[in-house]
Each structure stands twice: as structure tokens, then as C-alpha cells.
Design a protein around this ligand. Structure first.
Ligand SMILES: [Zn+2]
Length: 60
């Protein structure tokens, strides 16, 4: 069931990291654990979004 969904989204350049656990396999397809792979950029992005909302400005 999930695999079908994954195939549907496989052609998309953006990966949906919502609901991915730190110890889960990274959804980007690298085969590494999420915490060892894309977690940094995802956390950085969410933090930047939160900061932007807090301060009402976008930096960098
Ligand atoms: Zn990754």
C-alpha cells in the first residue's frame, strides 16, 4: 500500500519528510537512517520557517 504511494511520488523532486522518525530509513532513497541523512536540512528548514514566522522576516 505504501509502496504504491511511494511509486506515485517517486518522480517528484521534493521528498515528503512529514512523519518520518529519526531512526526510520530516509525517504530520499539513500538507504541511510533519517538522522544520519537529511534530518539536518529538514530541521534547518523547519527552524527557519518558524523563525521567519516569529520575526516576520526572511533572512538568508
Ligand atoms: Zn536523505
Amino acid at each position: 500500500m505504501l509502496n504504491k504511494l511511494r511509486k506515485l511520488f517517486a518522480g517528484r523532486p521534493r521528498v515528503d519528510y512529514a512523519g518520518v522518525g529519526r531512526n526510520d530509513e530516509c525517504p530520499c532513497g539513500s538507504g541511510s537512517k533519517f538522522k544520519n541523512c537529511c534530518i539536518e536540512k529538514v530541521e534547518k528548514r523547519t527552524r527557519a520557517e518558524r523563525d521567519a514566522r516569529l520575526f516576520g522576516s526572511r533572512k538568508g
